[in-house]
Write a protein that binds this ligand. Structure first.
Ligand code: HEC
Length: 136
């Protein structure tokens, strides 16, 4: 009982200083964690904002095209079906974009150059190409 294995006075001091040390370091760690979390979330938020497609092709299609080309791209109008695999004016993104931009003279396919931005036209070209399962 009497022969304590260590000097209790020193033990106590040691303990207090360890506690002080750990309190201050965990506080610092806490601040660092919060700061890191903030930085990471800021980066994440700005990245998702940047990666979010600026153009909603599906909404544009519904607004401007669905009336003639149909919800599944299987239009009954001549040359207007996308799902049948026949692309009268070419099937590349460039060719399809050109049709949307300039229209097809002498048909009801109007030019959309004045109504849509180049980015919207390209997004719509990709959207209508997707109706044709054979295209990549
Ligand atoms: C008023 C009806 C109408 C609307 C609205 C319309 N189109 Fe068309 N579109 C047609 C017709 C009809 C054709 C076929 C033209 C032809 O005979 O070459 C066509 C052709 C096309 C073609 C060429 C297809 C091929 O086989 O090469 C594309 C691409 C196209 N339209 C995309 C669109 C997009 C995208 C929109 C909406 C921004 C749109 N069209 C709006 C009627 C329409």
């Amino acid at each position: 009982m009497t022969d304590a294995p260590f000097d209790s006075g020193r033990w106590c001091w040691l303990n207090v200083s360890i506690m002080r040390l750990s309190t201050s370091s965990s506080l610092a760690l806490g601040i660092a964690t919060v700061a890191t979390a903030l930085a990471v979330s800021t980066v994440l938020v700005s990245r998702t904002a940047a990666q979010k497609p600026a153009v909603d092709a599906e909404a544009l299609y519904k607004k401007h095209c669905i009336i003639c080309h149909g919800a599944t791209g299987a239009s009954p109008l001549p040359n207007a079906a996308f799902a049948d695999g026949t692309w009268v004016h070419g099937s590349t993104v460039k060719e399809v974009s050109a049709v949307i931009k300039d229209g097809v003279k002498g048909t009801v396919m109007q030019p959309f150059a004045a109504k849509l931005t180049p980015a919207e036209i390209e997004a719509l070209a990709k959207h209508v190409r997707a109706f044709d399962k054979k295209l990549k």
